[in-house]
Design a protein around this ligand. Structure first.
Ligand code: G3P
Ligand code: MG
Length: 245
């Protein structure tokens, strides 16, 4: 993993429809060294890249994602809501993203969306796919679900996991230690100089989300965070200067 991680949140989602190959390509062009993406399963078990567990906001169609097969989801439009220029942009599979980054140095942050709808088997399918593309060593798997992280830890002891949370979490380093997670992905508002110091003292790396304000990004970097998750990697990269190597 590079020392400083600049993850594009759902791709360069400020400039292109989130979680599409267009957004991931834009992120790479804008200088991100990592991609954050949300993954869930179709009805027939295909790992797909989509944030919401229901259709309608960023993709055409209606109902729960989990009730649709990949064949059905592949026909939906994931770009038109953002701009007519992206009309026809499809939902990518995780495998599409694996192919996109296989021959690059990019790091992945695969966030497993398992809160609202049970996704039995997602941990096995995702880790197997990442392994097949030799991407597991440069992937951080995160989830708001502790149960999901525990399952990843059990079935793929070599996977790197991150504790992801919103709001305040009392002593998150304790949870990270219990799970064997070397990364904390807190909301940006939770991070203070003391937080970073304590996390580092515990041997953890801190990568806050979703940091879109250049002044906030500079302050977090000055406090010593180990990465940022942002919708606009180009803008944030210009603000923080060269990434620590
Ligand atoms: O992984 C950081 C961030 O993506 C978590 O929130 O809702 O944007 O997936 P969300
Ligand atoms: Mg996410």
């Amino acid at each position: 993993m590079p020392p400083f991680l600049l993850y594009a949140h759902r791709g360069a989602s400020r400039h292109a429809p989130e979680n599409t190959l267009a957004a991931f390509r834009r992120a790479i062009a804008d200088g991100a060294n990592g991609l954050e993406l949300d993954v869930q399963l179709s009805k027939d078990g295909v790992p797909i890249v989509l944030h919401d567990e229901w259709l309608g906001r960023t993709v055409s169609g209606r109902g729960w994602v989990r009730d649709h097969t990949w064949d059905e989801l592949a026909r939906l439009d994931a770009g038109a809501w953002f701009s007519p220029a992206y009309s026809g942009e499809p939902i990518p599979t995780l495998e599409d993203v694996c192919r996109l980054v296989a021959d690059t140095d990019l790091v992945l942050n695969v966030e497993l969306k398992t809160q609202l709808v049970p996704q039995p088997g997602i941990e096995e399918r995702v880790t197997a796919l990442l392994r097949r593309y030799a991407l597991l060593p440069r992937t951080v798997i995160s989830s708001f679900s502790i149960a999901t992280l525990q399952t990843v830890r059990r079935i793929a002891p070599d996977a790197t996991i991150a504790v992801l949370y919103w709001g305040e979490l009392h002593r998150p380093w304790r949870l990270a230690a219990a799970l064997g997670a070397p990364y904390l992905h807190p909301p940006e508002a939770a991070v203070t100089p003391r937080y970073v110091k304590e996390a580092h003292r515990c041997g953890l790396r801190v990568v806050p989300y979703t940091v879109n304000n250049p002044a906030v990004a500079k302050r977090l970097v000055a406090w010593g965070v180990d990465g940022l998750i942002t919708d606009d990697p180009g803008r944030i990269r210009r603000a923080i200067g060269p990434l620590r190597k």
